[in-house]
Design a protein around this ligand. Structure first.
Ligand SMILES: [Zn+2]
Length: 326
């Protein structure tokens, strides 16, 4: 059988775009996008994506191994599965992105960016998800999931965490249970819409979606995949439609976003050290950022920071502040 990651890095498709194996049908929908369907009816339509940021290699390798096992027939497939390697040109260059961050472009926001490989790809992936979920529903699937796998650039006090997109409906108990069993240390609940892949799938297709940050980004071949054992086992259970293995260790912490720090003025100053780890706490009253006409202070007894970045373009988010959810 072919190797999805190798073909994608070489920039060539498999010899045939569709094929049948004794246990499943597969279809290559475009660079790095492979659909796998069992021959029996399934409840679940699952999208697993990685490489939306091209240098976040560990989840790409993890996903590729899982697909190899499914193709080889050594692991049963009991969901309709769409595997997406998000940004192949940036994967080849081992860069987060080549022109602009694709994970701000979904939900049609690519139209606000200069046209590039990434805006074209974001649009293509939107279309492919629409077709996948539509066809899965037509074939009888009643549940939709999307997990988008990442690793962080910045160090973090919680090594593995999930980011739940803002959605007006409740998050499914089944997804929250799976996230708990996947060995994450924390879950962050967004309070406003965004251009992420998972916000798009949640909003447009009502998928149960979560962005997973699984550790630190390293080049291909340098990842300690053993660090990712729990998430790997949870993904294995997901594709075979089995109960995930029991969580080990401390319980999951739940955080809500309480402030979005936006860089609105050229004189914007962020008073958070460039070395600050994600989830570093700041006390009430601390001045987080200043600019003409606006000061951001810690309002609660304590707030922790996520993704601080003073160098974003005007109008974009320079960081999120969180509190523990009650
Ligand atoms: Zn990422």
């Amino acid at each position: 059988m072919f190797d999805v990651l190798a073909l994608t890095l070489e920039g060539r498709p498999p010899l045939n775009p569709v094929g049948q194996l004794p246990h499943l049908d597969w279809q290559w929908h475009g660079e790095g996008v492979l659909e796998l369907s069992p021959r029996h009816a399934c409840e679940k339509a699952v999208v697993i994506s990685a490489g939306v940021h091209g240098n976040e290699t560990a989840p790409i390798e993890l996903l590729n191994q899982l697909v190899a096992e499914l193709l080889a027939g050594s692991r049963p497939l009991n969901v309709r599965l769409l595997v997406v390697l998000g940004n192949p040109p940036s994967m080849r260059a081992n860069k987060r992105y080549l022109h602009a961050d694709m994970n701000r472009m979904f939900g049609g926001r690519h139209a606000r960016f200069d046209v590039s490989d990434e805006t074209v790809r974001a649009q293509e992936l939107e279309q492919l998800l629409a077709e996948f979920y539509h066809n899965a529903s037509a074939a009888g699937a009643t549940q939709r999931f999307h997990y988008d796998l990442h690793t962080a650039i910045r160090g973090s006090l919680h090594l593995r965490f999930g980011l739940l997109p803002f959605q007006p409906r409740p998050y499914s108990a089944e997804m929250l249970h799976w996230l708990e069993q996947a060995g994450l240390d924390a879950l962050v609940y967004h309070r406003s819409p965004g251009g992420t892949f998972t916000h798009f799938s949640s909003e447009v297709f009502q998928a149960e979606s979560c962005t997973l940050e699984l550790g630190k980004a390293l080049p291909f071949g340098h990842n300690e995949l053993s660090q990712f054992r729990q998430i790997r086992q949870a993904l294995e259970a997901l594709v075979s439609d089995l109960a995930p293995p029991q969580r080990r260790g401390e319980s999951l912490k739940h955080y809500q976003v309480v402030q979005d720090i936006i860089r609105e003025q050229p004189d914007f100053v962020l008073n958070i050290s460039p070395e600050a780890l994600n989830f570093t706490a700041y006390p009430q009253g601390y001045i987080l950022a200043e600019q003409s006409g606006k000061i951001y202070r810690v309002e609660h007894a304590e707030e922790v920071v996520l993704f601080p970045n003073p160098n974003v373009a005007l109008g974009l988010r320079a960081g999120l502040m969180l509190t523990l959810k009650d």
